[in-house]
Design a protein. Sequence first.
Length: 147
Amino acid sequence: MRALLQRVSRASVTVEGRKVGRIGPGLVILLGVAHRDSSHDARLLAQKVAYLRIFPNQEGRLHFSLLDTGGQALIVSQFTLLADTHKGRRPSFTDAAPPDQAKVLYEQFVGVLGDIGVKVVTGHFQELMQVELINDGPVTLLLDTQD
């Protein structure tokens, strides 16, 4: 399971011309699910995201977590995070989980993050979406359960 975290001052997601979610300060989380991922990976990654200290204190040091700041999370499914670009000019997505498996694990990740206490907003699984964000920092991190 792979998550690209972007610290934002605000963000929104639009589907078919309709804004389906928006957040204030927090994280945009692009989430990719691999075919080898499990419920265990979803739990571990959600916990890591909730408690990762990537928000600054008064000295500018990364000291606070999403939970500490009361920040929100906008979670968007993103199978393209699993792209393999080693050969040729077209990415391969053979590492990405099939949609049925990916949706279950995506929903588990969302559920665990919400159960921990993070206010969660999501896009629509397996839909074309437009994500708008104001990157804060910028701070962008890639987390992977397979590393």
